[in-house]
Design a binder for this molecule. Structure first.
Ligand code: ZN
Length: 52
């Protein structure tokens, strides 16, 4: 049951908050795996997010 909830969780880009297109996944400051849309990848790397 739990896995379905996870799969269908609405994911937003961690940078712009929009629905990400072709998201890359990064770990943020809190070690959470977050999606980052391709437009915001440079911002994510500047903020020292680590690529998954
Ligand atoms: Zn974005």
């Amino acid at each position: 049951m739990g896995i379905w909830k996870k799969l269908f969780q609405p994911k937003k880009c961690a940078m712009c908050g929009k629905k990400p297109v072709n998201p890359n996944y990064y770990y943020n400051d809190h070690d959470e795996k977050v999606p980052v849309c391709y437009k915001c990848v440079t911002y994510a790397e500047r903020r020292s997010f680590r690529k998954v």
